[in-house]
Design a protein around this ligand. Structure first.
Ligand SMILES: [Zn+2]
Length: 415
């Protein structure tokens, strides 16, 4: 299929490393037989229409209060909600499929073990050192931490209850790569049974704008729908933490706190950063997944890598040790994205387990980065030198899938 679309300006910066033709040959761009989502599962109550709002001005202070689920925004129209349905059905599968719920059980209920602060950096001044690690580990590869019937019911019940105190809003973001964030929402009551706070989840309106566009191919639309689904599940992980943990300080009648103190999110297993949304992506999806080049219409495909990889560390997130200097960014094949939007695939997840939603590592793009650096070819922290570790890499820094490279002895997964 021709991928030279005259109205699409392709990024030049990475062309020599990962061209559109390489991506198309791998199947990461246009699927010849792409089909729109056929998911029919119910939408989880967290994502119900009445929980959604929209705020389309970038000035929070210049408009009168809205009438949406959160006060500064307006209700999302029925037409817009209709556009979200495929994403919300997919997101709902991630929140209801039993083999994918151990992560949520751990986040909501597992004991949190205080860590010695030694070796942990980026702990915010004045914040409570509530960072912790989970005591029970699970191996999603073997699903050895399958939940008991009681644990499963408890987790499903808690996730449903979060629908009463989790609000979602589309709003403008300054940075197109800033896909979402979640804030504590002090003036709304948290759902019964939770000691923490309600929250609102802000999602970049550019993703809604992409879905409103009439110019997307079926494959592009599937990618936007897929990425939006991941974004809203990622943020629910933060919502779950906020519902589970109370703010410390003196509460005011307005719901805010005097001398407020945050409780940090926990480290999950051996993760090096304490960030529950990325921990979900890493542990369940096999890596952090974003649109290539940060394009909200996902025109250049989707990429993923072992988190934090080239995303580096944030000064706001407690960190245990520096990330490795090497990372491989993988292209996400469209057959995988397409499958996610079929009931048949989710029957396979039910039958064969959590491995079915882990992104396959095939075509990769290997890079060296200084800890904390971003992906930028001009950044001196990145080199295209491709030595070591036995990965077959061509002169352009492209790591080829096994079958094309002659099946190296080493596994492909070197993150
Ligand atoms: Zn996050």
């Amino acid at each position: 299929m021709d991928v030279d679309r005259p109205n699409v300006k392709w990024p030049k910066s990475h062309f020599k490393h990962w061209t559109r033709h390489i991506l198309q040959d791998y199947g990461a761009l246009e699927l010849a037989d792409a089909r729109a989502s056929s998911l029919t599962n119910p939408i989880h109550p967290i994502y119900a229409h009445w929980n959604w709002s929209i705020f389309d001005s970038d000035d929070y202070y210049s408009i009168p209060p809205g009438r949406g689920a959160i006060p500064y925004a307006n209700p999302l129209s029925g037409d817009d909600y209709q556009l979200l349905r495929p994403s919300l059905r997919l997101a709902s599968n991630f929140l209801t499929e039993p083999s994918l719920l151990p992560y949520w059980h751990a986040l909501l209920f597992a004991d949190r073990v205080p860590l010695a602060s030694k070796g942990v950096t980026n702990v915010r001044q004045g914040y409570v050192g509530g960072f912790a690690s989970f005591t029970r580990t699970f191996d999603i590869n073997t699903n050895s931490f399958a939940l008991s019937t009681t644990e499963l019911a408890k987790t499903q019940h808690a996730l449903k209850a979060l629908a009463d105190s989790t609000y979602l809003v589309f709003d403008p973001k300054e940075n197109p790569g800033d896909w979402g964030f979640t804030s504590r929402y002090f003036t709304k009551r948290v759902a019964p049974g939770f000691p923490g706070t309600a929250c609102d989840i802000n999602i970049n309106i550019l993703l809604l704008r992409a879905l409103q566009s009439h110019h997307l191919t079926i494959s592009e639309r599937l990618r936007v729908q897929y990425f939006l689904a991941l974004a809203v599940v990622h943020e629910v992980a933060h919502a779950a933490h906020m519902a589970r943990t109370a703010m410390l300080g003196s509460p005011r009648p307005s719901g805010t706190y005097r001398n407020e103190q945050w409780v940090h999110e926990p480290f999950f297993e051996r993760d090096i950063l304490a960030e529950c949304g990325h921990a979900w992506e890493q542990n369940v999806l096999n890596g952090s997944q974003v649109p290539f080049e940060g394009n909200p219409e996902c025109r250049f495909g989707l990429q993923f890598e072992k988190w934090p990889g080239s995303q580096g560390v944030s000064p706001d997130i407690p960190t245990r040790r520096k990330p490795k200097g090497w990372s491989t960014i993988y292209a996400l094949p469209m057959w995988f994205v397409q499958a996610m939007f079929t009931d048949k695939h989710w029957e396979d997840v039910r039958r064969y387990g959590a491995m079915q939603v882990r992104a396959p590592k095939g075509l990769g793009w290997r890079l060296f980065l200084e800890p904390g650096s971003a992906v930028d070819e001009d950044d001196e922290g990145i080199s295209w030198d491709n030595s070591s570790r036995g990965r077959p890499v061509d002169e352009n820094g492209v790591v080829w899938p096994v079958e094309e490279a002659g099946a190296p002895a080493d596994p492909m997964d070197i993150d």
